[in-house]
Design a protein. Structure first.
Length: 69
């Protein structure tokens, strides 16, 4: 079996996604936390009072938004 090259997955920020959908970044963050959007994930903080992390996969987001690259 040959060694396969792994390509990095492109991601975008909640701010960038919101700009495209004409929503604010907090709306995108809330939708990701609630599981409303299928183009990314919200990872809860490891410690109380920590920050959430948001992973938005660019290709899935563009498909969701109906944008072809």
């Amino acid at each position: 079996m040959g060694k396969e090259e792994m390509k990095p997955v492109e991601t975008i920020t909640p701010y960038e996604a919101g700009k495209i959908l004409h929503k604010n970044a907090e709306t995108i963050r809330a939708g990701l936390r609630q599981g409303t959007f299928n183009f990314g994930s919200a990872v809860p903080p490891e410690e109380p009072g920590g920050n959430w992390n948001y992973i938005i996969i660019k290709s899935k987001f563009l498909e969701y938004a109906g944008i072809r690259e």
